[in-house]
Ligand binder design. Structure first.
Ligand code: IMP
Ligand code: MG
Length: 174
């Protein structure tokens, strides 16, 4: 099936919002160091741009979990593919995600990370699809709330494609 991409959020809109979130985080964490935890692969583009906009000291770590196969429906199965390199003990952790959809992946992940003894833990997501929520998750920083459409770009993929688009688009099938 052929597909094409319709722009939902243009590059300058996304960049502007990331700057705003970076400024907010810098203010909220004044005098502290933040430890950004990126959920691969989708969160990586957002995390890099966000980290550049934070003015307090930043450290980074990466992990990878999977809940999706090659299609657009959540399997509900969450598996840790790559764990963090560093301990979270006593750190001010911000988990950085590309999108919160059903919330299944994140509720599992946040519970697991909370057990590792961070000084604090917050969640920051570029996109939120509130209409799709199945499991309740508390989001501290949201880039954009979007309608229930399958989106790509800025780290988000459809079948591993389109992560590199510098904007957010909706996948439409011809
Ligand atoms: P959740 O557990 O259903 O919240 O799934 C979250 C994960 O599903 C995200 O981190 C993405 O990897 C993927 N996902 C959910 N919605 C989309 C979408 O619209 N486009 C691309 N990936 C998505
Ligand atoms: Mg993700």
């Amino acid at each position: 099936m052929a597909e094409h991409i319709r722009v939902l959020l243009a590059e300058d809109e996304v960049d502007k919002r990331i700057q705003e979130i970076g400024a907010q985080i810098s203010k909220d964490y004044e005098g502290k160091q933040v430890h950004l935890v990126c959920v691969l692969k989708g969160g990586s583009f957002f995390m890099c741009e966000l980290a550049k906009r934070i003015t307090v000291p930043v450290s980074l770590d990466f992990m990878s979990v999977s809940s999706y196969g090659g299609d657009t429906k959540s399997s509900g199965v969450v598996k840790i593919v790559k764990d963090l390199d560093e301990s979270l003990k006593d750190k001010h952790v911000i988990v950085v995600e590309d999108i919160v959809d059903s919330g299944r992946t994140l509720s599992y992940l946040l519970e697991m990370l909370r057990d590792r003894g961070p000084a604090s833990m917050r969640l920051c997501t570029l996109l939120d699809k509130p209409d799709r929520r199945v499991v309740d998750v508390n989001v501290d920083y949201t880039g954009f709330s979007i309608p229930d459409e399958f989106v790509v770009g800025y780290g988000l993929d459809y079948d591993q494609k389109y992560r590199n688009l510098p904007y957010i688009g909706i996948v439409e099938f011809d």
